[in-house]
Design a protein around this ligand. Structure first.
Ligand code: NDP
Length: 305
């Protein structure tokens, strides 16, 4: 059974049906007997959604971020999986590379100069002199960090547990966060939204970034205190920001972020689940469950990601 805020049902069904012979795939609104539903493919289902289905065996989150799924009170006690797709990671890395390189090559200054018909030479900085901090080294963060390192940038990464990534200086744990922020000329936020990360980048921590530093948020709006970020951008304590995610989406027209000339706003599109490549792993998990094997890419609801 399928429910997604973004719909695209026919596309998913066309890809999944040949991989799952004997499994009837339908939209949630077309389910006639809720007790016959074993697998739920969902993206942001409404509250109370799962209460209707007494015999669910597996919840498949049709995306990488599970914050809208875990922690709700209608979850059945069954495994939850999410999409971990190299194509999704690559798409995310392309956004992060674009945003980081735009700052590393001082493109906003040239955009401004061009609008003013001004020839404005800035001597290019050597990539290794630019410190890029990636918060979160998971499926998406680690991939992006490695791509950034390939550009010769001085890349550092922060995660909960210790990590080893070629060409990336990795640190972990809250004890290392302040120093990490203070040494990130460009900070890329790639953390999941959990009880621990909600509001992590508050006013105090944002103030630790080097003056005039850049921030890129592709994770979830609520990881950053949006009001504090807006104030830091307005005062130029933070020089530039590229924001794909916000407290409230769509970002309301009256939000002060729209008016800041040092902010690039995109409408939560840094990466998406790509049915053509993700369908196989969804089908594999359903088949694994049928054979009594453990599913892959399982989420830990207690941990929140
Ligand atoms: P993963 O679950 O694979 O990785 C999460 C990373 O964050 C891990 O490295 C984890 O550490 C780290 N982390 C989690 N909690 C903490 C903490 N309290 N302190 C320090 N580090 C922590 O997530 P993905 O890489 O797949 O995705 C990251 C997020 O990107 C998603 O949750 C989603 O919100 C967002 N996203 C945004 C999209 C967009 O279009 N803007 C598209 C897709 C995803 P450890 O490795 O030690 O567990």
């Amino acid at each position: 059974m399928f429910y997604s805020e973004l719909d695209r049902f026919e596309e998913w069904r066309a890809l999944l049906a040949p991989l799952l012979p004997g499994v009837h795939i339908c939209r949630a609104q077309d389910v006639e007997d809720p007790a016959s539903v074993h697998y739920a493919l969902v993206w942001k289902p409404p509250q109370g959604f799962f209460g209707r289905y007494p015999r669910l065996k597996l919840l498949i989150n049709l995306g990488a971020g599970v914050d809208s799924l875990v922690g709700r009170d209608d979850l059945p006690a069954v495994p939850i999986t999410r999409i971990c797709d190299p194509d999704m990671s690559r798409m995310m890395a392309s956004y992060v590379l674009f945003a980081v390189l735009r700052y590393a090559r001082d493109i906003p200054a040239f955009e401004r100069a061009q609008r003013e018909r001004r020839w404005h030479y800035l001597h290019p900085r050597v990539p290794s002199s630019i410190r890029v901090g990636v918060l979160g080294l998971g499926e998406l963060g680690a991939y992006a960090a490695l791509e950034l390192a390939r550009q010769g940038l001085d890349v550092r990464g922060w995660s909960r547990s210790e990590k080893h990534l070629a060409g990336v200086t990795c640190v972990s744990g809250m004890g290392n966060l302040a120093g990490f922020l203070a040494s990130s000329d460009i900070l890329v936020v790639m953390l999941p939204l959990t009880a621990q990360t909600r509001g992590l980048l508050n006013a105090e921590r944002l103030a630790l970034l080097p003056k005039g530093g850049c921030l890129i948020n592709v994770s979830r709006g609520a990881v950053v205190d949006q009001q504090a970020l807006t104030a830091a951008l307005a005062s130029r304590q933070i020089g530039q920001a590229t924001l794909d995610v916000f407290d409230h989406e769509p970002l309301p027209p009256e939000d002060p972020l729209w008016a800041l000339d040092n902010v690039l706003i995109t409408p939560h599109m840094a990466s998406i689940a790509i049915p053509a490549t993700a369908a196989q792993q969804i089908a594999d998990n359903i088949l694994r469950l049928g054979r009594g094997e453990a599913v892959l890419h399982q989420v830990d609801p207690a941990r929140g990601y």
